[in-house]
Design a protein around this ligand. Structure first.
Ligand code: HAM
Length: 428
């Protein structure tokens, strides 16, 4: 039979790397809690229209990258390409507007995009995200950005840049687009095929095209931040003042337009020096019109999503050590038919929070001792027939080789004491 392999663009995360994922996920949840963000879980697939309307018909994500299928009931469904549309759908569907604003939510999701696979760009990938819904003020943007940077610092990430832009609102964007179109119309032929296509349908994206021809053609274009309406301009200025007041360094990059259509006003990205062309670890911004686009009342919102694979690439590139593998504090090695005793002891020790392993493979005592060392345990407890009869065991310090007898009834206490002495946490 043919061997199976993980589908292109997907990947397994194996121990101990998977432990590191767990640890950054916990850190993310802890940081979110500091700011009153609560966890939300939304479905992996939604009606296709949620994304085509929410993310935007003319975006690359919707045009080319969605995993869309018809379910057995003939409905068109799509594996989520991102988290925001589903969260806003849930906010509207569950009447969360009755909660005190802003409603602050965070999530860990996998997302799916049919991309050209390369380092840092996958077809199934993970995101940590935050959404603050119901407040239009720049304070929410500022707090959210501060949260994000705190998280990145906590997981050891340095050498990154926070890049900010404002892409206006329905008042100032249409006249700006008109200006841009006029400016570019005589150079349309110089744009790449893709951007010629975008010219009518999604002109803003031409600005961040990486093709040299497009970059040359757009080198001197008018920029949205120079054509913001008064409200958008004030919002952007206030955000910058707030960030400065919090001591947060940022750069203005007037070419950030983001790849999803729902953005208004603030947009931002965290760029790393290390992850190369996929250097955007995180992207986010305001989406003040998304709720309306999805059929709800006008409800401002702002959020970000951080690519976990890229975060981990960045952490490795910055030389951060991977997590230590899981290790027991003690390995119980038992002779003969005393496995029931071992299982009972394991249960008691685990009740006390002590990580414990024993033989599950009917190994010889010698092989069990080998396994004890391999498991990384700090101690092994050997129980032969005599010990079992006496209710005792031989406790061996696997590092020093020292041995002594312990009464089984006292084992948990003894181990707890030894673990304390070495500043441990119940693990080897
Ligand atoms: P996004 O920029 O499309 O925004 O994705 C956010 C992050 O997800 C990216 O910066 C990147 O780190 C990661 N990412 C995206 N595509 C891939 C991929 N194919 N492979 C690996 N990582 C990837 C959003 O998704 C918005 N929902 C963010 C947001 C939340 N805006 C407001 N709220």
């Amino acid at each position: 039979m043919a061997k199976f392999s993980a589908p292109k663009g997907t990947h397994d995360v194996l121990p101990p790397e998977s432990l590191d994922w767990l640890s950054v996920e916990r850190t993310f949840a802890d940081v979110c809690a500091l700011y009153g963000y609560q966890p939300i879980r939304v479905p992996t697939f939604e009606q296709t229209e949620l994304f085509s309307r929410g993310v935007g018909e003319t975006t690359d994500v919707v045009e080319k990258e969605m995993y869309t299928f018809e379910d057995r009931g003939g409905r068109s469904m799509t594996l989520r390409p991102e988290g925001t549309a589903g969260v806003v759908r849930s906010y509207l569907e569950n009447g969360m507007s009755s909660l005190p604003a802003p409603v602050r939510l965070f999530y860990t999701v996998t997302a799916f995009r049919y991309e050209n696979v390369q380092k840092g760009r996958y077809r199934e990938f993970s995101q940590f995200g935050c959404e603050a819904i119901g407040s239009a003020g720049p304070q929410v943007d500022g707090e959210l950005i501060e949260l994000l940077l705190r998280f990145l610092t906590k997981v050891g990430i340095g050498r990154i840049r926070l890049c900010l832009n404002s892409i206006g609102c329905p008042v100032c964007r249409p006249p700006y687009l008109e200006l841009l179109r006029n400016h570019l119309s005589s150079r349309r032929e110089r744009l790449c095929r893709h951007c010629q296509n975008r010219f009518e349908r999604n002109l803003l994206r031409v600005i961040d095209c990486k093709e040299p021809g497009c970059q040359a053609a757009t080198a001197d274009i008018p920029l949205q931040i120079d054509h913001l309406c008064t409200d958008c301009d004030q919002h952007f200025q206030s955000l910058q003042q707030l960030l400065a007041a919090m001591g947060i360094a940022f750069e203005i990059d007037p070419r950030i337009v983001r790849g999803l259509d729902y953005y208004t006003r603030t947009v931002f990205e965290i760029i790393s020096e290390n992850v190369g062309t996929q250097g955007t670890i995180c992207g986010g911004g305001r989406y003040d019109r998304l709720a309306e686009i999805l059929g709800g009342p006008p409800t401002p919102g702002v959020g970000f999503a951080l690519g976990v694979e890229r975060l981990q690439l960045e952490r490795r590139a910055q030389g951060l050590p991977a997590a230590a593998p899981v290790r027991p504090l003690i390995f119980l090695a038992v002779a003969g038919d005393h496995s029931a005793l071992a299982m009972r002891l394991c249960r008691l020790l685990r009740d006390r929070g002590i990580a414990t392993e024993t033989d599950l493979m009917n190994r010889s005592l010698k092989a069990q001792m080998k396994q004890a060392s391999r498991s990384g345990a700090a101690y092994a407890l050997v129980i032969g027939d005599d010990e079992a009869a006496a209710g005792s065991g031989r406790l061996r310090d696997l590092a020093s080789g020292e041995e002594r007898d312990v009464v089984l009834d006292d084992l948990a206490e003894e181990l707890g004491r030894l673990d304390q002495q070495t500043g441990g946490n119940g693990h080897g």
